[in-house]
Design a protein around this ligand. Structure first.
Ligand code: 1CP
Length: 341
């Protein structure tokens, strides 16, 4: 009989598990002093193109925390940079695009991404898989809506108004842009899976800005194509402020729906319906409070998660930079202890 798959993969597939698996979005990064040390003087995008550094940074949280999965260190704009878009990740800001994409000509210059465009991704994933042993590596990409928002707005945005203006006002350009981003995203995810990533997470971080009707019309068809192209591995789909979209995000083809902290997991399970696992959803800011506050909230998330057919414990969004790593270490241990069966 083959050895049993790791609990993280089993939970994604809604199979029985010995304990609830746990990992943290943005578990690598600015909350870790060892991350700040290795990144000193090296710009973000340079780090994302350096296999040794990618491997080191991805492994840092695995060394500290009893987590059940690692997530590849990169950024959602890395594939855009790799196909020649002039962009940078500015410290304290995020991705900034030199020439925002707002017309037909700009869209026509986008091209698909092949593995050859990101040799450092393939090399780093292979190296990581060798180091991680039984701990699965999650590959990830930004979803077309979230990538479109950065490209159209030119950087981080609160209301995504130019993006929505183009979506409503220039549906043909929107369709071409979303199709191009779909191909790029599939290329980036397939590269990671070909090199050994065992699950993928599609981050549609900002899609909570659209209403369900518009999601169905302008966003979902593209996410569906991406999930259909990734059917050989468990697929996680996450966004922020997506309470009203959870059912649709599952329907798009995800195996696991990521939930932010705004919707309790038992409620989310009803919204998503049968046949899906859930991931989430402790408010990351709770970790800034004393452990006495964190513990009951984490127990509550676990209790609410029991309603779901499968539960992967996570935060409702990424680890905040000023989080004390010791809190995350305790949290991972608590999840394992409380959920052991
Ligand atoms: O210099 C630095 O350290 C820059 C900070 C940073 C880091 C550590 C950025 C800039 N990106 C990353 C890594 C990263 N980005 C990871 C790997 C870390 C891990 O999970 O352990 C991942 C998964 C991402 C994905 C990402 N980038 C998302 C989706 C996840 C989410 O938080 O919703 C998004 C929206 C981005 C864009 C981005 N990149 C960086 C920042 C600060 C932002 C957000 C900017 C904004 O508010 O729009």
């Amino acid at each position: 009989m083959p050895a049993e798959d790791p609990v993280f993969l089993r939970a994604c597939r809604r199979e029985p598990v010995s304990h609830t698996p746990v990992w943290f979005m943005r578990q690598a990064g600015r909350s870790l002093p060892e991350y700040l040390r290795v990144r000193e003087g090296i710009p973000m995008l340079e780090s994302c193109a350096n296999p040794d550094l990618i491997i080191e940074i991805t492994l840092q949280p695995v060394r500290r925390y009893a987590i059940d999965a690692a997530i590849f260190f990169s950024d959602i704009v890395v594939p855009l940079k790799a196909i020649g878009i002039d962009l940078d990740i500015k410290p304290g800001v995020g991705p900034v695009i030199a020439d925002p994409i707002r017309d037909k000509d700009a869209v026509s210059r986008l091209r698909p991404l092949a593995s050859d465009d990101v040799p450092y991704v393939t090399e780093a994933v292979k190296g990581l898989v060798a180091e991680l042993g039984d701990i699965p590596l999650i590959g990830f990409a930004g979803a077309p809506f979230t990538l479109a928002s950065y490209l159209i707005e030119g950087g981080p945005s609160k209301n995504h108004d130019r993006t929505k203006a183009l979506m409503y006002g220039e549906p043909d350009i929107w369709q071409s842009l979303m199709s191009a981003l779909t191909e790029i995203t599939i290329g980036f995810l397939r590269t990671q899976v070909a090199a050994g990533a065992r699950a993928v997470q599609l981050f549609d971080s900002w899609v909570g800005a659209v209403a369900p009707e518009d999601y169905t019309r302008y966003v979902m068809p593209y996410s569906e194509q991406i999930f259909a192209a990734m059917a050989d591995v468990p697929r996680i789909h996450f966004g922020v402020g997506t309470g009203e979209l959870l059912g649709l995000m599952g329907e798009a083809g995800a195996d696991v729906v990521g939930v932010d902290w705004r919707v309790p997991l038992d409620d989310a399970a009803r919204r998503v319906g049968p046949g899906k696992a859930l991931q989430g959803n402790l408010d990351p800011s709770i970790l800034l409070a004393p452990w006495e506050v964190v513990e009951p909230r984490a127990r509550q998330v676990l209790a609410q998660g029991r309603v779901a057919e499968g539960h992967i414990f996570n935060l409702g969004h990424g680890v905040l930079p000023n989080t004390n790593p010791d809190q995350l270490a305790r949290l991972a241990d608590l999840v394992h202890e409380v959920s052991a069966r």
